[in-house]
Design a protein around this ligand. Structure first.
Ligand SMILES: [Mn+2]
Length: 196
């Protein structure tokens, strides 16, 4: 089995992003997006999914945080898809119900190649640090579509905005770790069609 690592550089007029993702890592992260709370979330994603992740973003933060967060989501989805390759031997499905203090979050995914995104969570504040809470939906929409992933995220209970967002990132990480992991019973791809 080869290494499952993707290295991506994406530059537009709004953002310049470099990312390296290793799906079979130890949870080592080196994250610099210019948005402190977003760095905290990507560190949590790396740590709790055991992914090694290096991210450097030079975004148009003088506008707002939108392009920086959305484009990082696009690149992370691309990196996941590239690192997965032909998806031979992986579990394909992953889910996590994750508690964080007052919050309980559900994340479930199917690495089917067919993007679908369902998001059911509301926030009572517009911002956590310099991170606009409405960008949580935008980020995971971008990830799911560029990864070709069916992704469902649902807030089951709780109301602290920092905890809700962090719980979502951790639940997503754990679900992705499960879905990208190998099952020795799966020799080819887990699909009756023969391809994912
Ligand atoms: Mn925190």
């Amino acid at each position: 089995m080869g290494e499952r690592i993707a290295q991506i550089h994406r530059k537009t007029n709004e953002t310049d992003i470099s990312m390296t993702l290793d799906l079979d890592g130890q949870g080592r992260a080196d994250i610099h997006t210019g948005i402190g709370f977003f760095d905290h979330m990507l560190n949590s994603f790396s740590r709790h999914g055991f992914f090694n992740l290096e991210v450097s973003v030079d975004g148009d933060l003088y506008v707002d945080c939108h392009h920086t967060i959305e484009d990082t989501g696009i690149v992370l989805g691309d990196a996941i898809r590239q690192a997965l390759g032909d998806k031979k031997g992986i579990r394909r499905y992953g889910s996590s119900v994750l508690p964080m203090d007052d919050v309980l979050v559900l994340a479930a995914m199917d690495l089917s190649g067919r993007p679908y995104f369902a998001f059911d969570a509301e926030f009572s504040s517009q911002r956590v640090g310099d991170f606009d809470t409405e960008m949580v939906r935008e980020f995971f929409y971008a990830v799911s579509y560029s990864a070709g992933m069916n992704l469902h995220i649902k807030l089951l209970s709780g109301d602290n905005n920092h905890h809700i967002i962090e719980g979502i990132f951790k639940a997503f990480a754990r679900a992705l770790d499960e879905a990208t992991g190998f099952d020795p019973r799966i020799n080819d791809v887990l699909s009756t069609k023969g391809a994912l």
